[in-house]
Design a protein around this ligand. Structure first.
Ligand SMILES: Nc1nc2c(ncn2[C@@H]2O[C@H](COP(=O)(O)OP(=O)(O)OP(=O)(O)O)[C@@H](O)[C@H]2O)c(=O)[nH]1
Ligand SMILES: [Mg+2]
Length: 301
């Protein structure tokens, strides 16, 4: 199956809760305040967020007032157009300019950081780049082993310390090794942490600071990994990680099978942080650059 078809399948629950709802709401009814309000509720229930939902509904109301919307198919066409425009075309994750190019991956527990790093490693290596993984999750017992497996599997190098050691020191050593070995891309894995736990957020600030010290200007991409199934809490996570260390992009994982794919719109609208990557499965090929046209197309078709 193509990536598009798998994305489509992955988004089927989101589509049921949203697009099919459009048909139910408007079946045999007019486009008026009452039906638009019901649609707004469906948008909010699909985790599109209040801001984006209100904007979409205002847009539809205006079209309806002008007599431009006459059928349910029309509503869907306008909805699609507006939702697509809302996402724009975010810059993809491109490794360029700096060498080594440093990516720092952060996020709460179990969202898919290490898996996303493994998938990225495979991608860069298939592009002919050399990759070094920094095993800076020294907290969870099996974390070093897990990233080591990904390194072996994808042909990346790895820098690791003992369990329980200082994650900032691992990152520092990894950058030293990457410079000495002329590596193209360094990806730093970090321990999962709650955005509300200030001591752990301080630790992350230190990791970031040390990376910048080892290689001024790095990290070049600070990727917040977010589990799409968490819904609105994703917004809180993103806001807090962003204020602590400055997030440059989001990797949205587990879009396969969740009814909460609408979170993509909320993240864009409420936070202005671009979704750069989407994960639709556990396999190495299940990660792609986020393409808003493709995403909206998959959602509506
Ligand atoms: N269905 C699905 N599962 C995923 C995806 N990405 C990751 N996973 C699974 O989510 C689980 C957690 O993934 P990890 O990569 O270990 O997550 P993590 O954020 O590194 O976890 P911690 O280091 O413990 O904080 C694993 O079982 C992964 O296979 C995805 O896009 N879709
Ligand atoms: Mg991990």
């Amino acid at each position: 199956m193509s990536f598009f078809n798998r994305l489509k399948e992955g988004l089927s629950k989101t589509r049921k809760g949203l697009i099919e709802k459009v048909e139910t709401v408007f079946k045999g009814r007019k486009i008026d305040d009452e039906t638009l309000e019901e649609l707004e509720e469906a948008l909010i229930a699909a985790d599109i967020g209040l801001k984006a939902s209100t904007e979409i509904i205002d847009f539809l109301r205006e079209r309806a007032r002008k007599g431009e919307i006459t059928s349910v198919q029309n509503v869907k066409d306008y909805l699609k157009k507006e939702m697509s425009a809302m996402l724009g075309s975010p810059r993809p994750l491109v490794v360029s300019g700096e060498r080594p190019f440093v990516i720092l991956a952060v996020g709460v527990n179990g969202v898919g950081k290490t898996t996303t790093i493994g998938k990225l490693s495979a991608r860069f290596i298939s592009e002919g780049k050399s990759v070094l993984l920094a095993a800076a999750d020294t907290f969870r017992a099996a974390a070093i082993e897990q990233i080591e497996i990904w390194a072996k599997r994808t042909g990346a190098q790895i820098v690791r310390h003992q369990n329980g050691s200082d994650p900032a020191a691992v990152a520092f050593d990894a950058l030293g090794a990457a410079r000495a070995r002329n590596i193209d891309v360094v990806i730093v894995d970090t321990a999962g942490r709650l955005h509300t736990k200030s001591s752990l957020m301080e630790e992350l600030k230190k990791v970031r600071r040390i990376i910048d010290k080892a290689l001024p200007g790095a990290p070049h991409e600070t990727l917040l990994v977010v589990d799409a199934t968490t819904g609105q809490n994703a917004l809180r996570q993103a806001a807090m990680f962003d204020s602590a260390i400055g997030v440059t992009g989001i990797a949205l994982t587990k879009l396969d099978g969740t009814a909460k794919g609408g979170i993509v719109f909320a993240i864009h609208k409420e936070l202005g942080i671009p979704v750069r990557l989407i994960g639709i499965g556990e396999g190495v090929e299940d990660l792609r650059d986020f393409d808003s046209t493709e995403f909206v197309e998959a959602l509506f078709s």
